[in-house]
Write a protein that binds this ligand. Structure first.
Ligand code: ADP
Ligand code: MG
Length: 600
């Protein structure tokens, strides 16, 4: 192909791709414009994934009729004149790219009336081309309707995620802005149903109840850098962060805003995580909504077209201001079980969901009797407290005849003891075994659960009365979409008004967990979705239930309990790995031992 200059249309589409990646990016840009126009009410309407229709209406200042077309021209903006203005930018938009980009890849209609004008204007554009323009009567403010997004860029269309994923993305964009602007009323209607609303009271707490759900919000504490040290007097941190009893397995629930702008900044997320040092075990993360404000000239927002990254003049000062404010909030909050700072857990993984649980968690989580219908739990009682030294000879004790005839997949092992409250030391004919108690128990529970599932046997359930869970809209949708799969596994939930569910039952294995915490864990799993080739969604939920129910590392076990785990592991189909594929045990053969000690 000879070198040639691209057509305007292609250039516009390529440029649009940088700003408008998916329906949620359209929503983001339109909300930012409404906020820049000082709107007090922003109504968002979505059909399907947003690909068919996104409508954003606001009661802001409006666009003057004679500037309406210009608004769709690339690099046309009313928010910036000179490059100098960039250093003190206080509006969300400034690049003049959003409307042009959106118009390049969709069918747009705009109706707007500027606050100084008595008539409004309406425009229709298709792939950037103006096809209609009229003066109309209209209320003050602006309504933009975006239809058939990516109709002329089939490649982009093909890469859109499943409808529900796009819907969730849109809902999270909206909830983030609602958090950043609690004085503005936001409402989101998806397919004719209101799924989110903030009331514009100006109180972040009110928005958080709607955005995070009451159940999570109840466990949040306020963060505020009221007496900031002198050297960072211009950085202010506020917001809410969760008590250590709230734990998530990923950091996506840490939401950060810099001067009202939502940002993704792994450094600052880490500052929040660091503040929880010794409060949360390794691999567990809090829920937090943190607002940082600092003078605009200490900040560069012009890093990326989507504007979700920023650069700080003094990143360390911002980092420590955030970390300190969150830490102070945690330390100043009296905890029910006495939250001890400076307490060190030599095993980063001490396994209880909240400090008041530390003592007896294993008893509940190790309820082998309940988890194991059949002969296994009774069986290890025969071996007596010493485990029976003859265990090392697999033929010495005939396997309990009443046990289901599952083939042995490991040699019979004799439990020797426990190391670090996390690993079981066992001996077998082939040498020494070090078993990860959590991974092993997870494997055991998983195979039992999957066996019932495959047989379509009813899952053991634990029935609850009058317990409800209130969730943010995107999570509520996720539950709705998976009600059936959840029920198969033992979570019976019933819709009860917008975004609230009655919990009728949870899997019996989780009977001792806080039902709300159990469901939050499942939600994390569901959010990650299912990638092609992966297990069924039911299987994914089962994996998570087992992970939650399995005995944690850091739990001191009695000899009987350890024997119970080992006996059951010996008859698992895949005893060597946990359901996620991590090893359950290390093996050191007699040969290796002899060699290491120079006996061979
Ligand atoms: P930017 O926001 O970076 O200026 P946009 O392409 O998003 O660029 O918008 C172009 C211009 O259109 C804005 O500068 C603003 O003057 C006008 N505009 C867009 N949306 C609105 C709105 N909802 N209310 C008032 N003016 C708007
Ligand atoms: Mg804009």
């Amino acid at each position: 192909m000879p070198i040639q200059v691209l057509s305007e249309e292609v250039i516009a589409q390529i440029a649009a791709g940088e700003v408008i990646e998916r329906p949620a990016s359209v929503v983001k840009e339109l909300i930012e414009n409404a906020l820049d126009a000082q709107a007090r009410n922003i109504r968002i309407t979505i059909n399907g994934s947003g690909q068919r229709l996104i409508r954003v209406g606001d009661d802001g200042l409006g666009i003057p009729a004679d500037e309406a077309e210009l608004a769709f021209t690339r690099h046309a903006t009313s928010k910036l004149k000179t490059a100098n203005d960039l250093s003190t930018i206080e509006t969300l938009g400034f690049r003049g790219e959003a409307l042009a980009s959106i118009a390049a890849v969709s069918r747009v209609s705009l109706t707007s009336r500027h606050h100084t004008e008595s008539k409004g204007i309406t425009l229709r554009l298709e792939g950037s081309a103006l096809i209609d323009r009229r003066i109309v009567g209209a209320p003050m403010g602006t309504v933009l309707a975006i239809e058939n997004l990516f109709f002329n860029t089939p490649a982009r269309l093909k890469f859109l995620k499943a409808e529900n994923t796009e819907k969730r993305q849109i809902a999270s964009v909206i909830t983030r802005y609602a958090m950043a602007y609690p004085e503005v009323r936001f409402s989101l209607e998806q397919d004719g149903r209101e799924v989110f609303r903030s009331n514009g009271t100006g109180q972040l707490a009110d928005v958080l109840v709607a955005a995070l759900g009451l159940d999570t919000f109840k466990n949040m504490i306020e963060v505020s850098s009221e007496n900031p040290p002198r050297d960072e007097h211009e950085i202010h941190v506020s917001g809410y962060t969760s008590l250590p009893s709230v734990q998530r397995t990923d950091r996506t629930r840490i939401t950060l805003f810099i001067n009202g702008r939502w940002v993704q900044d792994s450094g600052l997320s880490y500052a929040v995580i660091q503040a929880y040092h010794t409060f949360l075990m390794k691999g567990r993360y809090p829920v937090a909504v943190i607002m940082v404000s600092l003078p605009p000239d200490q900040l560069d927002v012009n890093v990326h077209p989507a504007k979700s990254e920023v650069r700080f003049q003094d990143p360390n000062a911002v980092f420590s201001a955030v970390q300190r404010a969150v830490r102070r909030a945690l330390i100043d909050t009296p905890q029910p079980g006495g939250l001890q700072t400076g307490r060190t857990f030599s095993l980063g993984d001490w396994g209880s969901s909240s400090p008041q649980h530390t003592e007896n968690t294993w008893q509940t989580e190790m309820n082998l009797e309940m988890d194991t219908p059949g002969a296994y739990p009774q069986q290890y009682a025969h071996h007596g407290p010493n485990g029976g030294s003859t265990d090392s000879d697999p033929t010495a004790i005939p396997y309990d005849a009443s046990a289901p005839a599952r083939p042995r997949t490991l040699p019979m092992l004799r439990v020797v003891g426990q190391v670090g409250a996390s690993y079981i030391v066992a001996e077998g004919p082939a040498g020494l075994y070090l078993v990860d108690q959590h991974a092993a128990h997870e494997r055991i529970l998983y195979e039992q659960f999957m066996m019932d599932y495959a047989r379509q046997a009813p899952m053991a359930q634990f029935t609850l009365s009058a317990q409800t869970i209130n969730l943010p809209a995107p999570e509520a949708r996720l539950i709705e979409e998976n009600l059936e799969a959840l029920q198969v596994v033992g979570f019976k939930l019933e819709a009860f008004g917008t975004n609230t569910f009655i919990i009728r039952s949870i899997p019996a294995m989780l009977a001792d967990e806080e039902p709300v915490a159990a469901i939050s864990g499942i939600l994390e799993e569901l959010e990650q979705g299912r990638s092609p080739g992966q297990a069924s969604i039911e299987e994914k939920i089962i994996q998570r239930v087992c992970k939650q129910a399995a005995v944690k590392a850091g739990t001191v076990l009695s000899l009987e309990e350890m024997q119970g785990i080992i006996r059951q592991l010996e008859r698992c189909q895949s005893p060597l790995t946990c359901p996620h594929g991590r090893p359950t045990m290390l093996h050191m053969s007699s040969d290796t031992l002899a060699r290491e000690f120079g006996r061979k």
